[in-house]
Structure formats: structure tokens, C-alpha cells
Design a protein around this ligand. Sequence first.
Ligand code: ADP
Ligand code: MG
Length: 296
Amino acid sequence: ATPMALMVGVGRGSQLGILIKSQQALESSGRIDTVVLDKTGTLTTGEMSVHRMAVFDVAAGADPAGPQTPEQLTALAAAAEADSEHPTARAIIGFAEQNGLRAPLAEEFGALPGRGVRAVVQGAEVLVGSAALLAERGVPRPPSALDDATGTLVFLAVDGVARAVYALQDSLRKGAGEAVGMLHGLGLHTVLLSGDRQRAADDVAAQLGMKQAIGGVLPTEKAKVLADLQAAGRRIAMVGDGINDAAALATANLGMAMVSGTDVAMKSADIILIRPDLRVVADAIVLSRRTLRTIR
Ligand code: ADP
Ligand code: MG
């Protein structure tokens, strides 16, 4: 590769809102055949909100002196989420605020990445997170009115008893459908990757015309999923927001972090930064293919 041709490529990239951090990153993107896209915060805006809540009927198991009403339960969930930056946490806290609820102060906090949070609030152990989190902690999950809901479900358990469930909605990022269409038009295979449950992953993939969705993947396993695809011969570009996917971005042949992402994602030299418009992903691949052609 001649440095001159690459410089032209890098210069053109900045006009498109792409910051290419290394020449190697630009060169490798020309040979990509698969684009893996994170769901929450990448294909979707990540601005989640609660649209339904259901309370489990657990009169027999629950402490009669403890929280009982939907309002008391939501205040407890918001208290446990107060320290979390996750989009689901912001949705729960927002829901409590909209209902004029005052969340008590938690005494202890712990994030369980890709699953939820654990906190101690008013002496009670509070878990807020996915169905997988409850299963992992041996908390039984009774049926609820939200069992058939699509999208993300967040459960609240207090002292080992499931008490409530929230259905969250997220919106597709503007231009996401068009961006996926552009990638398919370039002959690229697309894969949706998410820590959210398979059903929520499938739902978003279907809306975008993507044929493959891999859900229920823990943050620590995301890089492994990419390594497996690479072992099967795929050359991968990964697009993420840097939340729980920094290792996967670094594992990909080309990592693309949307500029609203975290610092962690931006530190690796081979990750290129793009503005939060998914159409830029296809632009970056076209640009690098062209640059490679100029070089050869
Ligand atoms: P994604 O891959 O879609 O960006 P994550 O790996 O960050 O998702 O999270 C996976 C799942 O873990 C979420 O869909 C949610 O069910 C649960 N989760 C993660 N963090 C929290 C939290 N702070 N509160 C409740 N649930 C959470
Ligand atoms: Mg994410």
C-alpha cells in the first residue's frame, strides 16, 4: 500500500464523518464479508422506556411488612438502578420519576454486566435484571401478563422472590433499515449480536430484514462469538457503541465505534470511529474498497 493513496482515503473518510485511526484499519476493511452489529444503542437508539408493568401474585412468599404496591416495588427497583448507566436502568428510573416516586437510597450496589444489578435497599436484597439473572440466582419466575410481550423484559426480585416485571421499548435508530439494506447491497452478510434475550434480538433483526440474530450473549462472550465466526472463515467488521462490546470491537478484523460510545472502545488503534449514523458503515467499507483498488 502506498502511503499517498491511504492518505487520500483517510482524508475522504473525515469528510464522511469517519475517523480512521490506522492505515491497517482502512486496509482490512476492504476485505470484510460480514458485518456484526450490536443491538442496544447501535441498531436501536438505546433510549428505552417502560411501556408496561406487571406485579407477580406472591402474597404467600412475600414479607407482609415489605413493599407491596406497584409504586413501592418500582421505587425499590429505581433505588437499585440508581448507580447503573445501562439503558434499561435509565428506563426504570425514568418510569419511577414519571410516577412521582421517590427512590430510597441503596446501601450497597453491584453491577452484573449483561444481566442486571444487585443492591441492598432498606435491608432487603434487590435484584433487577433479565430472566437469565433470576434463573442464575435460583429465583423462581411465576407466569405473568407480560409473558407474550416482545422486546426487553426486566424483572424485579426482592429477597429471592420475583415481584414485578417491566416491558421496555426501544426505537430503531434512524436510517438503520436503510443502512442494513446498503450492506446487503454490497454483498455483505449481516449478524445482530445482543446480550438481550433471543426473542428481543429476533424481533429487531426481523424489522431490519436481517437473517441472523444471536441473543443472550454475555459481555464476556461477545468476543468469543466473533472469534468463532472468524474460525469459520468470516472476515468481520463489528459495529458497536462501546458499552459491553469493547472486547468484541477489538477482536473484529475491523471495529467501528459510534462516537457516542465510551472511552474504552476508542483506545484501541484499530477501531475506527464513526458518527452515530449507521449509513456511514457502508460508506466506510465502500471507501476502503476504493482505496485498495487505487493502491493495487
Ligand atoms: P446489549 O447487548 O443488547 O447491548 P447488554 O449485554 O448490555 O445488552 O445487556 C443484556 C441484558 O442484561 C439486557 O437486555 C437486560 O435484560 C440486562 N441488563 C443489563 N444491565 C441491566 C441493568 N442495569 N438493569 C436491568 N437489566 C439489565
Ligand atoms: Mg449495547
